[in-house]
Design a protein. Sequence first.
Length: 221
Amino acid sequence: AIRLYLLNSPAVKVEDLSFSKMGVELVLRQVLLPFWNAYTFFVTYARTYDWQPSPLPNAFDHAIDRWIVSLLHRLIHRVGLGMDQYDLAQAVEPFVGFVDQLTNWYIRRSRRRFWDDRDTPSRAQAFATLYYVLIELSKIAASYVPFISESISQNLRSPEMPESVHLCDFPLYCEKRRCTSLEEEMTAVQIAVNLGHALRKEHKVKVRQPLPAAHVVSSNP
């Protein structure tokens, strides 16, 4: 956690940094624990249904699967650029944001598919997508958080993969996996949801309390 905290701080630009124990705890709570929780969520249900690794499909039935894979390849591209330019802050910051999108958006909105007792194409695609994302994410994170990445990789790796995540090549950016229009649409949805949560908090309306209607007003048609 300290390593990631420092890599995502002004210290990497030789600027002043007031070291904070709370900052380290924030990294642990907002990045490392969610990353590990995404992995344990996957492993728990993969073992429950005896799921075996399968290739990522070329076409997705669910937009949210296509979205998280697109976001992953945006991450690969941005981290690669940051590393090529020796800009550690630029390389680390996208990783932090991606973990939040993976845990608080993708997994939360896909849980029912993982919980399905039936071996449906939807459940199989959800497992294949999350498996692919976790494997690639462990390779990306290996430079920042080497031990947690190695632990995740060791338990998810297939026999044909290298013995260690630190022996793997950095993931290759695939432009065909990107869908920028879908990324923009999902961003708009998230903005609307966040505005709704803010209004609920302002008016003390609990999240689980249904509303008769919701209206979103935007200058963008």
